[in-house]
Design a protein around this ligand. Structure first.
Ligand code: DX5
Ligand code: ZN
Length: 221
């Protein structure tokens, strides 16, 4: 599967979001990564449901890649207007009944992904591989941009890739957290398909998306 980019909007200039979305769309970026946090599952609040919903109205070709770092994520689906074309990632650690959350996402027409935090073992994913379209491996502790990569992340990416391929289904491996200029190719070699690009790459200080995005797209092929 070709390498795809999902720029993390929480890393953009909050006073310039629509301009960035339009630039990214025009550059042919496949997904826009929208982090939603409840200040409980992670000690932070970033993009709110109103913004996540509003983004849908300004996309031309780009699709939403919604990362819900919240307990009981189903309560937010309607307010985000999730539906066909969206990736909706929910955390294994935040769901009482993950099977029912996955099927609730499926019923909206969106594409369900399961995200696992750094301290969660890849094996937990086994029970869900027949129901999802992909998984998200968090290579930082979730909740904030600019965090360092967690020790053992590359081995974990390779282990999850192996697990996904053993399912016999074409499943997407998304990597989220510290996807940097110097580490993204190693993440690709470990089997990542979809790369969340934030403050460690295209949104690093002083970069222009028009230059940094094509550069990152080339690195992850
Ligand atoms: C962190 C978020 C990521 C993060 C990626 O919890 O899920 O989207 O912002 O950005 P960097 O590159 O700063 O890790
Ligand atoms: Zn994220």
């Amino acid at each position: 599967m070709k390498g795809m980019l999902s720029p993390s909007l929480m890393c953009a200039d909050p006073l310039n979001l629509q301009a960035d979305i339009e630039t990214l769309d025009a550059l042919g970026v496949e997904y826009i990564h929208l982090d939603f946090m409840d200040n409980k599952f992670v000690p932070n609040i970033t993009l709110d449901t109103t913004l996540v919903k509003a983004v849908k109205g300004v996309l031309r070709n780009m699709k939403r890649d919604i990362h819900i770092m919240a307990y009981d994520p189903e309560q937010f689906f309607e307010r985000m207007d999730i539906g066909s074309g969206d990736i909706v990632s929910v955390h294994y650690e935040a769901c009482e009944d993950l099977h029912s959350v996955i099927s609730a996402i499926r019923q909206t027409g969106a594409s369900p992904f399961v995200a696992i935090s750094p301290d969660t073992a890849p094996e937990v994913l086994k029970d869900y591989l027949s129901e999802v379209d992909g998984v998200v491996v968090m290579t930082v502790y979730p909740g904030f941009a600019g965090r360092p990569i967690v020790e053992g992340s590359f081995e974990k990416l390779a282990a999850v890739r192996k697990l996904l391929d053993s399912s016999g289904r074409k499943l997407i491996l998304e990597v989220d957290g510290h996807v940097s200029w110097d580490l993204c190719q190693k993440m690709r070699q470990c089997g990542a398909d979809l790369f969340v690009a934030g403050s460690s790459s295209i949104y690093a200080k002083g970069l222009d998306l028009k230059d940094s995005v094509p550069k990152m797209m080339a690195l992850i092929q």
